[in-house]
Design a protein around this ligand. Structure first.
Ligand code: PDD
Length: 292
């Protein structure tokens, strides 16, 4: 963090980031055998901590790796990290790998090591509302990833390659499409608005259950905005009034151009303004400690 101490947590200890090292035999390094979370912090309050810890538990269950900490221990680590880094309006990154084994062997049985637990605080500049409302451009790309995208794994090579396709096309991001069906973004979930109804693909193995996605659905439900969680066809993207990409760091980003063509009016739409306004209110309440 700029001009701030960068104290990280590694396997039970706090230390400056330069001192934090991991074995080259770590399975996270060798195989990407690890999972992670990114948790936004508003003021000093963590956004949807329960949801993030539940998703972490699901990722760990999916790879049969016992959770090294219970929720209270995680909470204590986050509180300590924020304190040591004077962390406010930032995000927490945490990663658990299966640890270093004696041999490079795909098998997880022999001889089991200890998981590597790493956490750090990083600065996020909350997207400025004017910048956000200018919107982003995206392309659609073939989602060639595997059938386990619900695991929040650090094995992100496919996502890196897909984001590279977006960079090569001089746009901010890519919307992933598998066999004509929209899945998600390279690091975000996707919503469309059509005739004032919000539509987002359902949870399952094809996408990450985003916490921001959850929050947007909750905001919609609490404010009588119609929302459908259902299969979203690629063709619906091209006929959409609005398209959004949601994530912890990006919040709710309106896509104003897709494959070089204007989405809807070509500007952030009225539904985006409404939901973004409600999202901002929620953030402010969280900052004040009025909501969880
Ligand atoms: N990524 N889908 C993918 C593939 C993601 O990587 C992310 C988030 C999301 C949105 O999830 P959430 O709303 O909980 O942030 C969806 C984080 C921000 C990252 O990798 O940095």
């Amino acid at each position: 963090m700029d001009n701030k101490p960068n104290i990280v947590y590694l396997n039970g200890q706090y230390m400056p980031v330069e001192k934090a090292t991991v074995s080259v035999m770590d399975r996270g390094f060798l195989f990407g055998d690890s999972v992670y979370e990114v948790i936004p912090v508003f003021g000093k309050n963590l956004l949807r901590i329960d949801g993030h810890l539940l998703r972490l538990q699901n990722s760990l269950n999916r790879i049969s790796l016992p959770n090294p900490h219970d929720d209270d221990e995680w909470q204590a680590i986050f509180t300590d990290l924020l304190e040591k880094n004077n962390g406010e309006d930032c995000a927490i990154y945490l990663q658990i790998s299966r640890g270093a084994y004696a041999k490079r062997d795909l098998s997880v049985k022999t001889p089991a090591g200890r998981p590597t637990v790493f956490a750090m605080v990083f600065q996020v500049t909350p997207p400025d509302i004017d910048v956000l409302s200018a919107g982003i451009s995206a392309i659609t790309v073939d989602d060639f990833r595997w059938n386990a995208c619900d695991i929040k794994t650090t094995s992100l090579l496919a996502n890196v390659m897909l984001r590279q396709q977006a960079s090569d096309a001089n746009v901010e991001d890519a919307i992933l499409v598998k066999n004509g069906i929209v899945t998600e973004g390279t690091a975000s979930n996707v919503f469309i608005v059509k005739n004032s109804v919000l539509v987002t693909p359902p949870m399952g193995r094809l996408l990450l259950p985003g916490i921001t996605r959850d929050l947007v659905i909750e905001i919609a439900n609490n404010n009588a905005i119609l929302i459908e969680e259902r299969e979203l066809k690629e063709a619906e993207l091209y006929a959409a009034d609005e398209i959004w990409m949601t994530s912890s760091t990006r919040e709710i980003a309106p896509v104003i151009r897709l494959n070089g063509k204007a989405v809807g009016s070509g500007k952030a739409g009225p539904m985006w303004k409404r939901v973004m306004d409600l999202y901002q209110q929620y953030k402010q309440q969280l900052r004040n400690g009025d909501v969880k």
